[in-house]
Ligand binder design. Sequence first.
Ligand code: ADP
Length: 525
Amino acid sequence: MTDVLYNASLYKNAAGTVLGVFAAARDVTVQKQAEAELRRYKDHLEEEVQQRTVDLVLARDAAEAANRAKSVFLSSMSHELRTPMNAILGFSNLMRRAESLSQEQRENLDIINRSGEHLLNLINDVLEMAKIEAGRVQVEHEPIDLGALVRDVSDMMAVRAREKGLQLLVDQSSEFPRYIRGDEARLRQVLINLVGNAVKFTPHGGITMRFGMKPDNTRLLIEVEDSGIGIKPADQLRIFEPFVQVGELSAQKGTGLGLTITRQFVQLMGGTIRVESEPGEGSTFRIELPVEKVDAWDVSRPEKVLKGEITGLAAGQPEYRILIVEDQLENQLLLTRLMTQVGLGVKVAENGQLGVALFQSWHPHLVWMDRRMPVMDGIEATRRIRELPGGADVKIVAVTASAFMEQRDEMLAAGMDEFVRKPYRFNEIYECLARQLGVQYTYASELDGEDISEEVMLTEKMLSVLSQALRDELRAALESLEINRIETAIDQVNDVKLNKILKHLATNFDYPAILKALQADSLEI
Ligand code: ADP
């Protein structure tokens, strides 16, 4: 159909007489169509906006659901992987304690244990990366013993270095604060990653770890230097990207995630990481981290090495009843053994509901509460117990394989007193009992549970039992920073207690503490 617009007007002379008619016709089909279209658009605009909004909401919901699914996946993977690791590490540790083992069996168990620890690290790596991607990493600011951390890492990595015929040294020439505020687990991982890489990419020579403070005393410097294959200038930035591996050696092993995680952690801690490298000569990774020094007594030491192994309960303790609420058979067994070994009374419930029932009939002093269980989970069981008569007094400790720190808040909000993460070290369990119930133990070592806090222990008086020659040698050895010489000097100290204290200080790189006591001693003379 065609739309036509007609126009007509009369043509008149000055006197008003009509002389004729002007008429015009115009085809306005297109214009009409456009107008109709416009009208339609106008009518539908609102509808369109609504539709788009709905689409957007759907897309957002889908993205959020995907994120949630990722988190759920992460936490369930974490649980699924860590729970059996707890049994592997725990039982191999328990077996190591048996006296009837041959040397070979003990070594085999050590290998199982070390491999387990390694596997756990791998699992943690992948989970950590996923957590970083999901934006779910929170750094801690707890007081930590940096000396002990450095010793742990160097002890652990020295084994790997030795296997390759490499030397791993901690250069102690510059002092670093022994106690700082920071994120122990992340810092440990950063060091392990860097030293691990250095060992991996160094065929000959050695690796040096160096620690020091910047002159303004607010930043900690960490260097890991190797005499390895080095990294080409073009690759020096790329290696921090995810899944990037360069050179021939790297393709065989590793995931290419190590340095990515390392850099992310350093940045989350407010620091920076750089690399300097000369191909064929070696590489130096340098980290700068803001640090705050803290007092020694703020640091909680999960494992007091000097206390020796816990063998049982001290005399005069009440008969404690401990309830284990856990669905996994292996983990039930492990915790049960740890409890019965020191003489604590135990009962086991395999889910939250049975746990609540046992709480009512048996009145335990403390409940080890697994978080995830069929029928009723640990959170719900805790809530219910808290509402029952006597429920406010019982101690409830979550035992969780969760990867997320924020779940701690959820557990505390449900009424749990504390939480222990799987895989746990045995002393974490025993110390938790001591904290919550005041349980006291007997120890295998001759130091017999005496709480040696090394900060107050070493005095000039104690060193005065040593000969002048030995004191001089000890001082010279400490000043030379040669670990073997220091160890030899300490080995000559016959006093068992003094020997242990010196060893403990030396292995924690607390040379200044010993030097101070020696200095005071020489000043007095
Ligand atoms: P990977 O798990 O593969 O070692 P990283 O992210 O830790 O992953 O390292 C990425 C790459 O950077 C390595 O594959 C290697 O090519 C290079 N690289 C890292 N550290 C060193 C080093 N100390 N010496 C030489 N090359 C290194």
